[in-house]
Design a protein around this ligand. Sequence first.
Ligand code: ZN
Length: 438
Amino acid sequence: MACCHHFALHEGGDAAFAVDPNAIVFGPGVLGELGDHARILGMRRVALFTDPRLARLEPVARARASLAEAGLDAALYAECRVEPTDESFRAAAAFAREGGFDGYVSVGGGSVMDTAKAANLYASHPAEPLAYVNAPIGEGRAVPGPLAPHVACPTTCGTGSECTGIAVFDLLAMKAKTGIASPRLRPTLALIDPLVTHSLPASVVAASGFDVLSHALESYTARPFTARPAPARASARPMSQGANPWSDIGCREALRLAGRYLVRAVTDESDLEARERLIWAATLAGIAFGNAGCHLPHGMSYSVSGLVRDFRPAGYPDTAPIVPHGYSVIVNAPAAFRFTGPACPARHLEAARALGAEVRDAAPEDAGAVVADHLIAMMKAAGMPNGVGGVGYGPADIGALTEGAFPQRRLLDNAPRAVGRDDLAGLYADAMRYWEGG
Ligand SMILES: [Zn+2]
């Protein structure tokens, strides 16, 4: 079957893709190696980032013990906000600037790792708050040089943030999520210890696990790198390159693992094998989306979380309403893949098969629906919200959701077909509700 994803070269399109491998140490117990890795990276005075809940739990205690054992001086910053904001980034950057640190360690989920990335950036290269933020919301200024070393230790089955040069936050004044993206932001080392997943609440496993699934699915179906305009010079090739043969490898295995283990990991808290497999899927999907880039479900998620009114999920600190990142992504996903299916049916069917869907008799024109139906079945089985309506929105919000998502060009332009304003509004309408009841 002819498909755009066979990476055929196009006139004016890029002919190359880049691979900049991640440094990863993965295995049960590796959190105990943290001090030694930090010392080898030249750290003497370490800023240790975490959030208030994690600060009292075992992974942080183990990280501190390991740093102390290696003779390193560590100052704890436990104020990272779950779903960070420009304000919380600023507070973290002030801590980093004033502490005179020569290295960073983050122990937590995507929010903690992203906060450490931003603090490291603004302490290493001070600038106005919006200087490095993606255009058009920020100035999109290039990061001028290397940052201090950063060891990222994820504690969810997770975001993959340990493998990417992206930091995402809510810009409070605009009620929208945006981010900073630069290869310089990527942690120097990802230290991934599957044992940390054993004590996670099911709702946290669900939110991070569906995020992983969507990272893999979006990177796999992203616009092929050959369809992206060739950069004017090599150094201008974007970090989100589009789907390519390298990112495909991680996506396929991450999809297979998510298909097999995600629902198990959420519905049975004693299924430790499923949780450990899921954190490996998260790593693979993180490598893939850090290289290829996500598209519509993530682009649409920014306004779903940014405009939150009163949604308070179980298992999260109940200080303020939030739509956790993974929820805000997956509620868009079935509608998004129905929309992108026609752009490359073969890819969508391959992805559905990797997830465990029966695709033998599926026609190319059904590809988007096959992916969507399988996702919806998984969402129902794992108790996820029923679409955008399930996290507190109604048809009257479609205009605001659309306006919040439309500026997210880095993500929207990485979709395999063009997405206009009307398309976005149609996507939110389609994402409002996926099943009866619930
Ligand atoms: Zn994500």
